[in-house]
Design a protein around this ligand. Structure first.
Ligand code: 5GP
Length: 215
């Protein structure tokens, strides 16, 4: 298998974190790139598992050292994907699932053009608001900032290869998993394809000769 980066983007509350977790729990062929952020941890979030939580100074220092494959400011906080995280997951032979925003996705694809981009669409504005307020971790200002951001983020849907409507979590999961399966067997990602085909052709030639002789 030739692993690839799988980018999941959606407006905040679109379900990408949940879907990324489901992929990790249910499939052995994917690993997660843990991002860095300057935002404060939410209730239940753990440093090094959900994010690497960094101070603004530390984030800036890492960016200056060129440690990020991409970074962006989202809703007033900085987020970034460490090159070392991508290499760590690729090193285990697995696809890298990333939950990153649209600006980050654009930067990332410039460096990793083989990336597979999936945009998750929330089924409705009401559902999105319900998911954001249901978390009870966000201030009203933060909810408003995320809703306003969602309007802009939706404009990027055209640059994604796949669009999955996240109205039913199980169905959305099946669709994302199907995308991973299909992308794994893309022509250019089948390992040693030319060698395999050549071996098959050689084998067929031998069989044809033998068959001719026998008949
Ligand atoms: P949250 O604060 O809700 O965890 O994430 C807010 C936004 O930041 C989401 O749109 C999420 O996809 C994005 N995000 C999370 N990690 C990264 C990252 O490493 N890079 C970029 N560019 N965006 C990220």
């Amino acid at each position: 298998m030739i692993p690839f980066p799988l980018i999941l983007s959606s407006p905040s509350g679109g379900g990408k974190t949940t879907l990324a977790r489901m992929l990790l729990q249910r499939r052995g062929d994917v690993g997660y790139s843990i991002s860095c952020t300057t935002r404060a941890p939410r209730n239940g979030e753990q440093d090094g598992r959900d994010y690497h939580f960094l101070s603004r100074d530390e984030f800036a220092a890492r960016r200056a050292r060129g440690e990020f494959a991409e970074s962006a400011e989202v809703h007033g906080n900085h987020y970034g994907t460490l090159k070392s995280e991508i290499e760590r997951v690729f090193g285990t032979g697995r696809h890298v699932v990333m939950d990153i925003d649209i600006q980050g996705a654009r930067q990332f694809v410039a460096t990793y053009p083989e990336s597979v981009l999936v945009f998750l669409l929330p089924p409705s504005a009401e559902t999105l608001l319900g998911r954001l307020t249901g978390r009870q971790t966000e201030s009203p200002e933060a909810v408003l900032r995320r809703l306003t951001g969602a309007r802009d983020e939706l404009a990027a849907v055209g640059s994604y290869q796949y669009v999955v409507v996240n109205d039913d979590l199980e169905r959305a999961f099946t669709q994302v998993a199907s995308i991973v399966d299909a992308e794994t067997v893309r022509h250019r990602r089948v390992p040693l394809l030319e060698v395999r085909v050549r071996q098959l052709v050689d084998g067929l030639d031998r069989e044809i000769t033998r068959y001719r002789r026998a008949t």
